[in-house]
Design a protein around this ligand. Structure first.
Ligand SMILES: Nc1ncnc2c1ncn2[C@@H]1O[C@H](COP(=O)(O)OP(=O)(O)O)[C@@H](O)[C@H]1O
Length: 276
């Protein structure tokens, strides 16, 4: 058990319980490293782990880059859960459970919730998934800090960390264009990007991600994000787990290239994946 976990485990009893269940996700810790781990999956197989292959991935990227979009698509394709800690926080807030008042103050001020709370929420989610027979995960929004990365490393092997990157001008426009529905919490983006290609490359076009009609009148801008992404990137880069992926444009251009970079082939017959 890592020092970070011990430090955490010294916290509140509830935190200890949460950490113990995060440890449940570490059953496969010590398995060989990641490259091509999912490559042995049978073409079109019904589940992700039929031959012992795992997907234990993390998505990193600046706010607005599209982590949730690509993590969600991959999770559907690979048949593993997409676990976004922001969603876990929002669900907890909506539940009016014991944490919700404390959480709403933190989240409304655009701050990160404590490692203990986020780990408890993640543990609970993984435990529920485990009971339903879920295997593997694609994490989005976690880890956000080096301490969270250390805790995760202490309990399980992460196979791959996909760091989504976008040209600065496009990223800026995407950040400014972020909107959230004040009622359902859904995330949207009103930015419509159409900029010259770099070094004679193709234009970069990214259409807006508009809300459904029922959310249109409830859109609010989102709190400025002042988080520092680099330390977590560096943490995984130093461990040889970071795959940097420069988004070439919107989903139609980026999705096939991302699959290519991950050595995944979409199976047109049944919309499941297979190794390229
Ligand atoms: N790993 C985490 N560590 C701490 N707080 C988190 C974490 N993930 C989510 N949160 C909390 O939940 C809120 C919503 O998360 P998310 O949707 O990922 O962020 P954003 O709304 O900035 O895209 C964050 O502002 C933060 O308060």
């Amino acid at each position: 058990m890592s020092r970070a976990i011990r430090a955490c485990a010294a916290g509140a009893a509830a935190s200890r319980r949460g950490l113990a269940s995060v440890e449940a996700m570490g059953a496969a810790k010590g398995a060989p490293p990641a490259a091509g781990r999912w490559a042995g999956r049978g073409r079109g197989g019904p589940g992700p782990m039929e031959d012992g292959a795992r997907v234990q991935w993390v998505f990193l990227g600046c706010p607005g880059v599209g982590k949730g979009t690509y993590a969600g698509r991959l999770s559907r394709l690979l048949g593993v859960p997409h676990i976004a800690t922001g969603d876990l926080v929002r669900d907890e807030l909506a539940s009016s459970g014991p944490l919700s008042k404390q959480l709403s103050e933190i989240v409304n001020h655009g701050k990160l919730v404590s490692d203990e709370i986020i780990i408890n929420l993640l543990s609970k989610r993984l435990e529920e998934g485990g009971e339903k027979g879920e295997l593997g995960f694609i994490l989005d929004g976690f880890p956000r800090t080096i301490r969270q990365a250390e805790i995760l490393e202490g309990v399980t092997d992460i196979d791959l960390v996909i760091n989504l990157k976008l040209r600065e001008e496009a990223l800026l426009a995407k950040c400014i264009g972020r909107r959230k529905c004040s009622q359902c919490g859904g995330n949207f983006n009103v930015a419509s990007i159409d900029i010259e290609g770099e070094n004679g490359g193709p234009r970069m076009c990214m259409p807006p991600l508009l809300p459904p009609p029922q959310c249109e009148s409830k859109l609010i801008t989102r709190a400025d994000d002042t988080e520092e992404c680099e330390p977590v990137e560096d943490f995984y880069r130093a461990r040889g787990k970071l795959l940097e992926f420069n988004l070439p444009g919107g989903i139609p251009e980026s999705w096939p290239k991302l699959l290519q970079a991950l050595n995944i082939e979409e199976d047109p017959d049944n919309n499941r994946s297979a190794a390229a």
